[in-house]
Design a protein around this ligand. Sequence first.
Ligand SMILES: Nc1ncnc2c1ncn2[C@@H]1O[C@H](COP(=O)(O)OP(=O)(O)OP(=O)(O)O)[C@@H](O)[C@H]1O
Ligand code: SF4
Ligand SMILES: [Mg+2]
Length: 325
Amino acid sequence: MESALEIKDLTVSFSSEGRKVEVVSGVSLSIPQGRIVGVVGESGCGKTVTALSVMRLIPEPPGRIEGGEILFDGADILHLSDRDMRSLRGNRISMIFQEPISSLNPVFTVGDQIGESLRTHLNITRKEEKERVLDLLRLVGIPAPESRIKNYPYELSGGMSQRVMIAMALACSPEVLIADEPTTALDVTIQAGILELIDDLRVKMGMAVLLITHDLGIIAEVADTVYVMYAGKVVENAVTRELFKHPKHPYTVGLLNSIPDLRRSKERLDAIPGVVPSPGSFPPGCRFQDRCPLAIDKCREEEPPLSEHREGHYSACWRADEVTI
Ligand SMILES: Nc1ncnc2c1ncn2[C@@H]1O[C@H](COP(=O)(O)OP(=O)(O)OP(=O)(O)O)[C@@H](O)[C@H]1O
Ligand code: SF4
Ligand SMILES: [Mg+2]
């Protein structure tokens, strides 16, 4: 299937106090047209940094894209001029940011903020702009859009702000949407509504979606394929159903076992012991070794490459074929 966006071997570092640490190491992922690709992993694994690299929004310095390619419409985004990038960002590729409230400007109304993207990228009249903003508010399920359009961000609930952020991201009908934890701050009902909405729009607009979340339950519901990230790397990748049925990385098994079991209780079960090592202190060999129940000596010496273990199913683990759920 043709890719709408392809990230190849992306490496990103941050420097502080003269010390440079790699936070994303050789990440490759591909988002086919009209599909939802999920990226999952615990906090600090490099999900947002990967997404911000696509938007060319890594603050440089202290950040630096050390290598790799991000291919979109025949060109490498990393080599576009700032001007070309501005015309792409928020227009053909857009992003729902992880922190909606702080991403909205408190001194502008909802209508102004959504309209800004339209004014920047499309040549439309004020009247057309207003109609389009109202359409977008309706599309994201905001009731009474005629009055909401005049609201300031402080007048909106968390769920409403999130919907406004989605409307902003969708304003110019992007070909690629990056949704970074779009539902984390919301309660379960609103969460389901927003996921449904993103999926709906994918179908209606043929949009390709990169959906970032720490929650495999969300991935199971909407993603076609999944990339599991750990400590700045992709450690497993497969079609969603395959990954859930036959996980090939002990980290994925840990994530699957910590999904609350709805049949028995709502408690979180078997959280993975330990924490993600911080960038700059990754051990030699496999980065998951200190938390892995299957670790052997080889894991402490050699880093496992991402390789195919079943058809279209990749895992970076020396013992992938012994992994069971
Ligand atoms: N501006 C920055 N300066 C220095 N380090 C940064 C910066 N932004 C991110 N990092 C570091 O990069 C690493 C990856 O961060 P990132 O935000 O991509 O994680 P994440 O997977 O999105 O986590 P979360 O689930 O908490 O959103 C972290 O160790 C983080 O501290
Ligand atoms: S390579 Fe070794 S330490 Fe790493 S996940 Fe596989 S078994 Fe565990
Ligand atoms: Mg993040």
